[in-house]
Design a protein. Structure first.
Length: 325
């Protein structure tokens, strides 16, 4: 399979097991799911899909010669996302906006209902081993560590949001190494440079007031549609456009739905305080990284070397709360 990626360029995907998974309907569905949820209202022209990011994780792991099992884990890790991505954490019971856990919590059960297990068994892979993310620390680790998931979505997002260009992104990748199943920068300068890019993304994109408004407004529209039986929970596992079409075919006869859709597509945001009676509290996950880097014979974190970064870490790792009018 030939593929052209915004970050990794033109590539040839040679492993049959990877091609077969990509060609499943469940993986192809990710092309219709926006990585950010419903963000075009606030940042026009920045839409990119879970498909691009998932394939990007595979390509990143391949670039650094990770095992085929880890590459598979990277490829499939986001297949359990519903339409509008992490909006699900504000719609489904059990979702938590503070840590965006819902997709991960249902991951194994979701994958077992797809064609992926059958494909893995056909090629001799242990399905349960692949579905256990603890086996793959290069693909997924806890914050503030970096992993293939975070590296790909951050550098991809930074290019799309025009924070950096492709050359800078590739310079950062060229200063990364894998040591003892950990991502490590070869010097402090690039570790700090990447961490600062990640922080800027968090400040203006991952945990800002626009994200809070998007999660609140989109989830209100979806929850109302579910309550009115315009759409089922299962139908949310299609694509963004299909969900919009399914729900909004009722818009001309439902004033409330029409008003929620109007609010969902309004980029204006009014913030209040905890004391205001006409505000709604929205909690948003905050992300910050503390990369490892090589210094002489030692491996250190930025926070070991930079006291200011240690203070930033303590602040930014906490979920952010907004009171929206």
């Amino acid at each position: 399979m030939k593929y052209t990626d915004i970050l990794y360029g033109e590539v040839n995907i040679l492993e049959n097991v990877i091609v077969d998974i990509i060609n499943t309907k469940d993986f192809q569905r990710l092309e219709g799911i926006d990585q950010a949820g419903y963000f075009e209202v606030y940042f026009p022209g920045t839409k990119h899909s879970r498909f691009e990011h998932s394939l990007g994780c595979y390509l990143l792991l391949e670039k650094f010669n990770a095992s085929i099992e880890e590459r598979i884990a990277g490829l499939i890790h986001d297949m359990s996302h519903s339409a509008f991505s992490h909006v699900a954490d504000y719609v489904f019971e059990g979702g938590r906006g503070a840590d965006h856990n819902y997709q991960d919590d249902i991951f194994k059960d979701f994958i077992l209902q797809t064609d992926v297990p059958k494909i893995l068994k056909r090629y001799g892979f242990d399905v349960n081993y692949i579905l256990d993310e603890s086996n793959f620390p290069l693909q997924e680790t806890k914050l503030p560590d970096i992993c293939a998931d975070r590296i790909d979505y951050s550098l991809r997002g930074a290019i799309i949001f025009k924070i950096i260009n492709k050359k800078t992104a590739n310079d950062i990748l060229n200063h990364l190494k894998i040591l003892n199943e950990k991502w490590v920068f070869d010097n402090f300068e690039y570790a700090k440079k990447y961490a600062q890019i990640f922080k800027k993304l968090n400040d203006v994109y991952y945990s800002n007031k626009e994200t809070a408004a998007m999660f609140l407004r989109t989830s209100n529209w979806i929850k109302y549609a579910i309550d009115k039986k315009y759409i089922t929970f299962d139908e949310l596992y299609t694509t963004d456009d299909k969900v919009i079409k399914k729900i909004n075919k009722h818009i001309n006869k439902d004033d409330k739905l029409r008003e929620l859709w109007k609010i969902m597509n309004n980029s204006k945001i009014a913030l209040g305080t905890k004391k205001d009676i006409n505000t709604i509290k929205v909690v948003v996950k905050s992300r910050i990284v503390d990369p490892l880097f090589i210094q002489g014979d030692d491996i250190k974190r930025i926070s070991d070397y930079d006291c200011d970064w240690n203070n930033i870490l303590k602040k930014e790792i906490q979920p952010k709360t907004y009171y929206l009018k």
